[in-house]
Design a protein around this ligand. Structure first.
Ligand code: ATP
Ligand code: MG
Length: 432
C-alpha cells in the first residue's frame, strides 16, 4: 500500500455534516441578496498576476507575501485569486457592464492566501462578496450595510456582531495624512514593531491597524486621520450615518479602521465579533471609487464587502445557531426483504420522491437480515421506516414504523405517500 496523501496545509475538506451548515449559510445569503436585486457573477479562480498587483496594491500584505503565484507552461505569471473584488471588476468591465450603468453583483467561492494557518485563518478559504457599481451616493453604502445586517438577523447573529465604521477620505486627504503620520512616526522608529517599521515606507496607513502595544502607545499622540478628512467625504459619511440611524442599524466609529487593501476610499466598515478570538472580523468592505479606472476601465464609483464563510460557520456552530431543519437528515428509510419486495421498494421510494416535497428517502441497498436493516434504519436517524416483505407485496400493504414512538401501523402501498404526508403534517403541528 502506498503512503496516504494528505491535503495541503491550511486547505480544508468540508465533510458531510459540515457541508449542510455551508449550504444553509449560502442559501440564506442567496435569499437575502436576491431580495435586494443583486445578481450572481462567476469568474475564474486564476487570473493574470498583474490584476492583483494593480488591483489590490503592490505594498499590501496580500501582494507582498500571501499570493499563490506561478508560471504556467507558457511562462505567463498567473495567481490563484486572493480576493474577489479585483476579478469582479475585471469580469464586469470586460463584459461592458460598468460604464454608465449601475450593477448590483455578488459572488461566492474559494480564495487563496499563503498565511499562517490557525483557527479562522486558512490558505484556501471562502468568501461571499457583494459589490455595487455606478453609484456614488451614500445611500448605496447604506444599502449594503443594511443588507448585511438583515443577513445577520436572519442567521440569528445580529446581537453577536458589531459594526465598526470609518471614513478614510479621498486619495488626496489620505496622502496629506500619510505625510504627516510618517513625519511624526519617523522620530519614534525604534519604538515601532518590525511590520510597522516596514510599513512606514510601504504602507503607512496600515500602521494604525497594528496590534503591537508599543506601536499603539506611540500612535496615541500621532496626527489623527479625522483631521485630514475632506469635506466631501465628511458629508458622505454624515449621510451614511443618518440612513443607518433611521434604519436602526447600530455602529461604532473606529477611527483606526483603515482596511488592508489599497483600493478603499471614503467609507470603510467591518463587522466584528468577540466569539472568534483574534480572527474577529467576519465581514469587511468599503467604497473603492478608484479601482475600475486603476484596472483600465472608465471611472466608475463602487462599494462592496466580502465575508468569510469559515468564520461565519464557526460562529454559527460556536453559538449553536444552526437550525435542526438545516442539518442533513433522513426522513424515510425503506427496508425490503426478498427479491419481489426489493423491486417494490424501488417503486415506493420513487413515488415518495415524486411527491417533490423535499423528503430525503433512503433505500437500504445490499439487502441483509431484517435485524441488520432495521439497525441501519435506526442509525440513519429517519423519522419513519417502511418495511416491505414478501407478505406485504402479496397483500399490497406495508408496515410503517414511527422511529420516535416505536409504533408500527400497516398502510396500503398505494396510500403510502398521503399517509406519510399526513404523519409529517401532524408532527409539524406538534412541534410548533
Ligand atoms: P484579516 O484582518 O482577518 O486578515 P483581511 O482584512 O485580510 O482580514 P479581507 O481581505 O477584507 O480580510 O477579507 C474579508 C473577509 O474574509 C475577512 O473579514 C475574513 O472574514 C475573511 N478572511 C480573510 N482572510 C481569511 C483567511 N485567510 N482565512 C479565512 N477567512 C479569511
Ligand atoms: Mg489578512
Amino acid at each position: 500500500m502506498g503512503r496516504k496523501l494528505q491535503a495541503i496545509r491550511g486547505m480544508n475538506d468540508i465533510l458531510p455534516g459540515q457541508s449542510s451548515v455551508w449550504q444553509y449559510l449560502e442559501k440564506t445569503v442567496a435569499e437575502v441578496v436576491n431580495s435586494y436585486g443583486y445578481q450572481q457573477i462567476r469568474f475564474p479562480i486564476v487570473e493574470h498576476t498583474e490584476l492583483f498587483k494593480r488591483g489590490v496594491g503592490e505594498t499590501t500584505d496580500i501582494v507582498e507575501k500571501e499570493m499563490y503565484t506561478f508560471d504556467d507552461r507558457n511562462g505567463e505569471s498567473l495567481t490563484l485569486r486572493p480576493e474577489g473584488t479585483a476579478s469582479c471588476v475585471r469580469a464586469a468591465d470586460q463584459a461592458g457592464l460598468l460604464f454608465n450603468q449601475t450593477q448590483r453583483l455578488w459572488y461566492v467561492g474559494p480564495m487563496f492566501r499563503y498565511e499562517r494557518p490557525q483557527k479562522g485563518r486558512y490558505r484556501q478559504f471562502h468568501q461571499i462578496g457583494v459589490e455595487s457599481f455606478g453609484m456614488a451616493t451614500p445611500d448605496i453604502d447604506a444599502e449594503l450595510i443594511i443588507l448585511s445586517a438583515r443577513l445577520w438577523k436572519k442567521l440569528g447573529l445580529l446581537q453577536h456582531v458589531e459594526l465598526q465604521l470609518n471614513t478614510i477620505g479621498v486619495a488626496s486627504a489620505r496622502e496629506a495624512f500619510k505625510a504627516a503620520l510618517v513625519e511624526y512616526l519617523s522620530d519614534f522608529k525604534d519604538q515601532l514593531d518590525e511590520d510597522s517599521r516596514r510599513r512606514l515606507v510601504t504602507n503607512p496607513l496600515r500602521i494604525l491597524d497594528s496590534k503591537d502595544q508599543s506601536t499603539q502607545s506611540v500612535l496615541a499622540n500621532a496626527p489623527s486621520l479625522e483631521d485630514f478628512i475632506d469635506e466631501e467625504s465628511q458629508t458622505h459619511f454624515e449621510r451614511l450615518k443618518a440612513i443607518l440611524d433611521a434604519n436602526d442599524v447600530p455602529y461604532v466609529i473606529n477611527r483606526n479602521l483603515v482596511r488592508g487593501l489599497d483600493y478603499y476610499g471614503k467609507t470603510v466598515f467591518e463587522w466584528v465579533t468577540t466569539h472568534l478570538g483574534a480572527q474577529a472580523t467576519v465581514c469587511a468592505g468599503g467604497r473603492y471609487d478608484g479601482l475600475v479606472e486603476q484596472l483600465g476601465g472608465r471611472t466608475t464609483p463602487a462599494v462592496g464587502f466580502a465575508m468569510g464563510i469559515e468564520r461565519l460557520v464557526l460562529l454559527l456552530e460556536t453559538l449553536d445557531l444552526v437550525p435542526e431543519s438545516a442539518k442533513d437528515a433522513t426522513d424515510v428509510f425503506v427496508v425490503s426483504l426478498g427479491d419481489a419486495a426489493e423491486l417494490k421498494s424501488f417503486v415506493v421510494a420513487e413515488q415518495l420522491r415524486d411527491m417533490n416535497i423535499g423528503w430525503s428517502v433512503l433505500r437500504q441497498c445490499g439487502g441483509g437480515s431484517f435485524k441488520k436493516q432495521m439497525k441501519k434504519a435506526d442509525n440513519s436517524g429517519a423519522r419513519f421506516t417502511l418495511i416491505i416483505g414478501e407478505d406485504e407485496v402479496a397483500t399490497g400493504v406495508c408496515q410503517v414504523k414511527d422511529m420516535q414512538t416505536g409504533e408500527q401501523e400497516s398502510c396500503g402501498l398505494q396510500e403510502i405517500a398521503s399517509y406519510l404526508q399526513a404523519k409529517f403534517d401532524e408532527n409539524l403541528g406538534l412541534n410548533l
